[in-house]
Ligand binder design. Sequence first.
Ligand code: TMP
Ligand code: ASP
Length: 236
Amino acid sequence: MPEKTDLIGEGKAKKIYATDDPTKLIFYFKDDATAFNAQKKGSIESKGELNLLISARLFRLLESEGIDTHFIEEKNEREMLVERLEIIPIETVVRNIVCGSLQKRTGHPEGEELVRPIVEFYYKSDELGDPMINDDHCLVFDWATHGELEEIRHQAHAVNTVLKPFMAERGILLVDFKLEFGRTHDGRVLLGDEICPDTCRFWDSKTHKKLDKDRFRHDLGDVEGAYQEIARRVTN
Ligand code: TMP
Ligand code: ASP
């Protein structure tokens, strides 16, 4: 199994290490939490372990349904071995229910069910605060090719088609989520990053209680309990 070598990058929630295999990386999941482009900072106890557990379960589910991902295996409670990707600088958001910035942008009420899923692109830039972009921006600024955008959109819908019923069976509404994609050394577009309560909105189906990072963003309390509840339900 590849072993960790140099620290090559650090994001808000993860550290990224090279390994002795140039095609593989190790992600270390931290407890640090940020919101509103890091204007709000904090820490959620055990978040790293819970997010790794949840991400690994959901990546395995996607793989079993024929959607390739960068996930290879867990190394331990905090570390995940993944395929090395050249990250495409686009954050892809899929929405099933109105919440967050879609509510702000449209004035539609939180909780309104969409007649079909919406896929949105944001430019991955902390400096600029991840502004919303469209296909033309991606093409003109060379962030992705037309073929890659088609592949990203197709995979984003496919992920939603797998995750939504899986979560529904566990009493959870998949409100929306963010995905990141990258290029493998042989030029394929592959799903990367993580899929967890930091990057998804999960509501209890009956009570609509928020079981995700919105509890941290908006000081709703019991953040760790929400992450534990999601971990319990997805691993069941
Ligand atoms: P939004 O409603 O704030 O645009 O968020 C949409 C989804 O994207 C939501 O599930 C949370 C996730 N998200 C991230 O993963 N990272 C971010 O920086 C932001 C703003 C949202
Ligand atoms: N992760 C993002 C940040 O700190 C924002 C968020 O998740 O709300 O900037």
